[in-house]
Design a protein around this ligand. Structure first.
Ligand SMILES: *Cc1c(COP(=O)(O)O)cnc(C)c1O
Length: 283
C-alpha cells in the first residue's frame, strides 16, 4: 500500500486528499523538489533541501521545517514504501485559504505533501542519447525558484513530445537558457559551457555535481551564455537533472550532434557522476 506524506502524517494513498482551497491548487502558489534515492540512500539530499528552503524563502513561505526534519520525512517515506531506487517528490504550498490573490490574513500554515516512487535509471538514454528540440523560453523572470507554476515548462515539454523529442531546449532571443526540466551544456574544443546561475535558470543540483566532476578532471567549466547556433555546432551536448543525470543529446531540431554518438567529455562526466553517487549519498 502506497503511503503519502501529508502535513505531518503518512496516509494511505486513497486517504491522501487536499483541499479545493489549497493555494497550490488555485494559484500554483508553492514550491517543490525532486530527490533521488540510490540503493536506499538519499543523493545530495542536503543540497536539495537547502534549495527547497531558499525557494520557500524567496516567495515568503516560512516552512517551519529544518533541512534535518525534511530529510527525516523522506527517509521515513522511503522506508515505509520499501523503495531502494526511486524518486521522492516533495512540495509545499502557502496553505489553505479562501481564494484571494494576496497572502492570507491571518497567516495559515503551509501545506506539505511528499510521495516516493520506484524509478530505474535511464541507462538507454545514457548510452544512446536523446533527441531535443529548441523552443522559445516564455517563462517568468524568476526561474531560479523551483515553483509549482510550470505552464511554460509543460508547454515546452509537450512541444518536444509532439516532435518526437525527449527534451525541449529553451532560449530567450538567441541565448540558450535551459531545458523544460533540465540544465543544458554545450561542449566545444574540450571545454564545457553552460548558462550562469541567475534568475533565468534553475540552479540544478546535478549541474553542481557536474561542476565538481569537471573540476576533478580539469575540464574547463565556463558559466557563460551561448547561442542556439553555438549549441547546434557544439562537439557534444548534454542535459542534466536529478532524473536524467548526465544525458547526452544526439539530435537537435533534426540535426545530428557529434555523428549521433556519445562524446568523450560526456563519458568522463558520466563516470565522474557515478563516483559522486557513492560519496554524496546518505542513509
Ligand atoms: C529541477 C529543474 C532542473 C534540474 O535541477 P536538478 O536539481 O539537477 O534536478 C533544471 N531546470 C528546471 C527548470 C528544473 O525545474
Amino acid at each position: 500500500m502506497t503511503k503519502v506524506f501529508i502535513n505531518g502524517e503518512f496516509l494511505n494513498q486513497e486517504d491522501a486528499k487536499v483541499s479545493y482551497e489549497d493555494r497550490g491548487y488555485v494559484f500554483g502558489d508553492g514550491i517543490y523538489e525532486y530527490i533521488r534515492a540510490y540503493n536506499g540512500k538519499l543523493f545530495t539530499v542536503t543540497e536539495h533541501f537547502e534549495r527547497f528552503l531558499r525557494s520557500a524563502s524567496e516567495i515568503q513561505i516560512d516552512l517551519g521545517y529544518t533541512v534535518e526534519e525534511l530529510t527525516d520525512i523522506v527517509r521515513q517515506l522511503l522506508k515505509i514504501n520499501d523503495i531502494q531506487n526511486g524518486g521522492i517528490y516533495i512540495q509545499a504550498t502557502r496553505g489553505v485559504a479562501p481564494r484571494n490573490h494576496s497572502f492570507p490574513t491571518p497567516e495559515v500554515k503551509p501545506a506539505i505533501m511528499a510521495f516516493a516512487k520506484s524509478y530505474d535509471r535511464p541507462y538507454d538514454d545514457f548510452e544512446n542519447g536523446i533527441n531535443a528540440v529548441t523552443v522559445e523560453d516564455i517563462r517568468w523572470l524568476r526561474c531560479d525558484i523551483k515553483s509549482l507554476n510550470l505552464l511554460g515548462n509543460v508547454l515546452a515539454k509537450e512541444y518536444a513530445v509532439k516532435y518526437n523529442a525527449t527534451e525541449a531546449i529553451q532560449h530567450r532571443d538567441e541565448t540558450v537558457t535551459e531545458g523544460a526540466s533540465s540544465n543544458v551544456y554545450a561542449i566545444k574544443d574540450g571545454e564545457i559551457y553552460t548558462h550562469p546561475v541567475n534568475n533565468y535558470i534553475l540552479n540544478g543540483i546535478t549541474r553542481k555535481v557536474i561542476k565538481w566532476v569537471a573540476e576533478d578532471d580539469n575540464i574547463p567549466f565556463n558559466e557563460e551564455t551561448f547561442t542556439v547556433d553555438f549549441l547546434k555546432n557544439a562537439d557534444e551536448v548534454i542535459v542534466s537533472s536529478t532524473s536524467a543525470e548526465v544525458t547526452p543529446v544526439v539530435k537537435i531540431d533534426g540535426e545530428i550532434v557529434n555523428d549521433g554518438k556519445v562524446g568523450p567529455i560526456t563519458k568522463k562526466l558520466q563516470e565522474g557522476f557515478e563516483k559522486y553517487i557513492e560519496s554524496k549519498s546518505i542513509n
